[in-house]
Design a protein around this ligand. Structure first.
Ligand code: N2P
Length: 373
């Protein structure tokens, strides 16, 4: 099963970070263990992408999903994950490379490698030196997703969505509490955005600086209904959440789901003026992968302009293949919340590699926040 927009009915598998298996007819066409085990973010691929690869290559793809870098990392560091292709965020991949989790990529096996955006690759090389271990799959921003009518009813207009004040001032968040507030469930995603809002270095590793973000988050806690990193798509779409900190394409998928359902819910996404984090999700092959030929074939397939465009059209996240742009729907290509214009891009910061010694602090502060201690 492939998880995505039209798989909303299968939310428990698609949104809940549980594993799902793809295969179906292709399994019959793939005797002798011709398989590929892929572990990707939920709601992050077009419906026909995996079946198209299975048909073309006669390979059975076991396609599992997660919604947090921390979950993926725990599996990778434990070893023997069984995955052939995984998709960590760049800031996590950087430290996983240092831990020896991945094999270096042989670029000669990726004939579409030359189609990757050179500017993006330079930026990525800061954390994956020489772009040795990974190629980008998609990128995006962390911002505000909201129910247009509920926000306008609470504030008289939706203007306030242009600022993190909406979410990070308790008196504002309180006004949306009645209709459902959700935050991403990951300190590594939320803390940098809060620090940036406070005028601090978003990537600070100083516990005293991080404590400033924690203090602010604690004042917001009474108004946050749920911490979750994928359920907000469906919740925004069906009207059971009205304000979220979420990822760009996910919120836009919620908007599309609501539109398609005809339930009258209007969802929008904003990149607040104070700036926010820019993430890159990276395709990589674990050092102990068993199906390396298929892994290269799948990565190369994802880099084909027509496949990358189909994925972007479906998930509303930008891909790193400029040659795909003519095939990307005009509404997506021209959407400044998907492809930020230079003045917005100037305010975006890249998440730095999180030093492993901070893990314990992040875990503790997050548990305290969630449990309200
Ligand atoms: C997938 C969202 C992934 C973005 N639904 C964060 N890496």
């Amino acid at each position: 099963m492939v998880c995505g927009l039209a798989a909303a009915v299968a939310l428990s598998a698609c949104g809940g970070g549980k594993e799902a298996a793809a295969g179906g007819d292709a399994a019959a066409a793939a005797p002798g263990g011709n398989v590929l085990n892929v572990y990707n973010w939920s709601d992050y691929i077009a419906e026909d992408t995996v079946p198209g690869f299975e048909r073309e290559r006669g390979t059975e793809v076991n396609y599992g999903v997660f919604d947090s870098n921390e979950v993926l990392e725990a599996k990778l560091l434990a070893g023997g994950s069984g995955f052939d292709v995984v998709v960590p965020g760049l800031q996590f991949l950087g430290r996983q490379v240092q831990a020896g989790v991945f094999q270096p990529l042989d670029k000669t096996r990726l004939k579409n490698y030359a189609g990757l955006d050179p500017e993006l690759m330079k930026r990525i090389a800061v954390q994956d030196p020489g772009n040795q271990y990974s190629v980008p799959y998609m990128w995006g921003t962390t911002g505000i997703g909201y129910n247009v009518d509920k926000l306008a009813a609470a504030f008289g207009s939706t203007e306030i969505a242009g600022s993190w004040d909406l979410v990070f001032k308790p008196e504002n968040l309180a006004k949306m509490q009645h209709c459902g507030v959700m935050f991403l469930d990951a300190p590594s995603e939320v803390v940098p955005v809060v620090l940036n809002y406070l005028g601090e270095d978003p990537n600070s590793t100083d516990p005293a600086v991080i404590a400033k973000a924690t203090a602010l988050l604690k004042t917001l806690r009474p108004y946050i209904q749920t911490f979750h990193s994928s359920q907000y798509i469906e919740a925004l779409a069906n009207g059971s959440a009205c304000l979220v900190i979420g990822w760009s394409g996910d919120v836009l998928q919620a908007r599309d789901r609501a539109d398609e359902s005809g339930n009258g819910v209007k969802v929008a996404y904003s990149i607040p003026k104070e700036g926010t984090s820019l993430f890159f999700d990276m395709l990589a092959i674990p050092a102990d992968a068993k199906n390396v030929d298929n892994a290269y074939a799948f990565i190369d397939y994802l880099l084909r302009p027509e496949v990358a465009a189909a994925n972007t059209n479906f998930i509303s996240f930008p891909n790193p293949v400029p040659g795909s742009l003519p095939l990307v729907d005009e509404a997506i290509r021209n959407d400044p919340t998907i492809y930020p214009p230079p003045e917005t891009a100037a305010k975006l910061f890249t998440l730095a590699i999180l030093p492993p010694e901070l893990d314990r602090l992040f875990t503790r502060l997050w548990t305290e926040l969630k449990t309200g201690r």
